[in-house]
Design a protein. Structure first.
Length: 166
């Protein structure tokens, strides 16, 4: 009986570790990813499709970046990379499934905005995040800058959106 319980606890520990891999991004992985992003080819101010494909396997690391990780640099390349990734349904789905893992508040707001426009039905978490952001004067202004001239329509759609509960 003791052995059975021990085996179950060990299996649960492994299952938790595997399921929680998004939280186990190392400082080395982050440094390597930051170096990769600096070298990715661009066309104007955006990354090329080839650059997006090269960076895509590191989406887990992108989601784990914090304000401290980017405090010495510009967030724009990571926003541009996020926008490129969001053009692909597979990475939008990853964004929905791992939304809670987005550590950088500006990137999280960007992803929430893109996911709201591109991926209905949404998770309740994304919609609630946007609603809370709209209640904050500062975050609402950030959303206005992300969305642009169609902000008022976007705002109304977020407020009116009914999440499909399964």
């Amino acid at each position: 009986m003791r052995n059975t319980i021990a085996v179950i606890l060990i299996c649960l520990g492994f299952a938790t570790a595997i399921a929680d891999d998004s939280h186990s991004v190392s400082a080395t992985e982050k440094r390597e990813f930051l170096a990769l992003v600096r070298k990715l080819p661009t066309e104007g101010e955006f990354f090329t499709d080839k650059a997006i494909r090269k960076a895509a396997p590191y989406i887990r690391v992108l989601f784990a970046l914090t304000e401290q990780d980017l405090e010495q640099g510009d967030i724009y390349p990571f926003a541009a990379l996020s926008a490129g990734l969001c053009r692909d349904r597979k990475y939008r789905q990853y964004g929905v499934e791992h939304f809670a893992d987005l550590a950088h508040p500006a990137l999280k707001l960007l992803w929430a905005t893109v996911l709201f426009d591109a991926q209905p039905p949404l998770s309740p978490e994304v919609v609630e995040y946007l609603r809370v952001a709209l209640e904050s004067k500062e975050r609402s202004q950030e959303l206005r800058e992300i969305v642009g001239p169609s902000f008022e329509g976007f705002r109304e759609r977020v407020i009116q959106y009914q999440v499909n509960k399964k």
